[in-house]
Design a protein around this ligand. Structure first.
Ligand SMILES: [Zn+2]
Length: 174
């Protein structure tokens, strides 16, 4: 879920043939968790979605040949409930929307988490019970030096964002 890393596998897949691009591997409106999604970056450009193996991460925000891209690992995604698939898509979208992709900070992961939850809540995609149900899927993540919170803390943060997105972000951005 790092905003600035790109799996070499994706590049290799793309360099393997331009037909990957023309053949529709990029999706502007992917169906994630049963819902048609869309994302525009901080410049208003359409963010394309690419399904590719990511060696451990569920998703990544990146650029491929200057095209803003959300890469999602289909195998990892398939292990998650639909609402969490949407959460991770929107988390990566947030890295593009909030320009973390060019200017990542230690706050980026928390900001992307809160943006994703808030967007899902506002769009009527997430109920509080949906977010509560994320707990077992986050329980074992250890967090990272790049600002990912350890699983239980991250889950508590997601719920705080659901309840009061402005206050949650402000509390972390002090
Ligand atoms: Zn992230």
């Amino acid at each position: 879920m790092k905003a600035f890393a790109l799996a070499l596998g994706i590049l290799a897949a793309l360099l393997g043939g331009r037909s990957t691009l023309a053949g529709g591997a990029f999706e502007a409106e992917p169906v994630i968790g049963g819902v048609s999604m869309a994302c525009r970056d901080f410049r208003g450009r359409i963010v394309q979605t690419l399904h590719a193996p990511l060696r451990g991460d569920v998703g990544r925000a990146t650029f491929i040949s200057a095209v803003p891209v959300i890469a999602l690992d289909p195998a990892r995604l398939a292990t998650l409930p639909e609402k969490m698939q949407i959460f991770f898509y929107q988390h990566e979208c947030a890295h593009h929307v909030l320009a973390h992709i060019i200017n990542p900070t230690i706050e980026s992961e928390r900001e992307a988490d809160c943006w994703s939850i808030d967007r899902g809540r506002t769009a009527g995609l997430f109920t509080r019970a949906d977010v509560e149900a994320f707990a077992p899927f986050l329980a074992h993540s250890r967090g990272s030096a790049f600002g990912h919170l350890p699983g239980p803390e991250r889950h508590a943060y997601l719920l705080a964002c659901f309840d009061a997105p402005d206050r949650s972000q402000a509390a972390y951005n002090r």
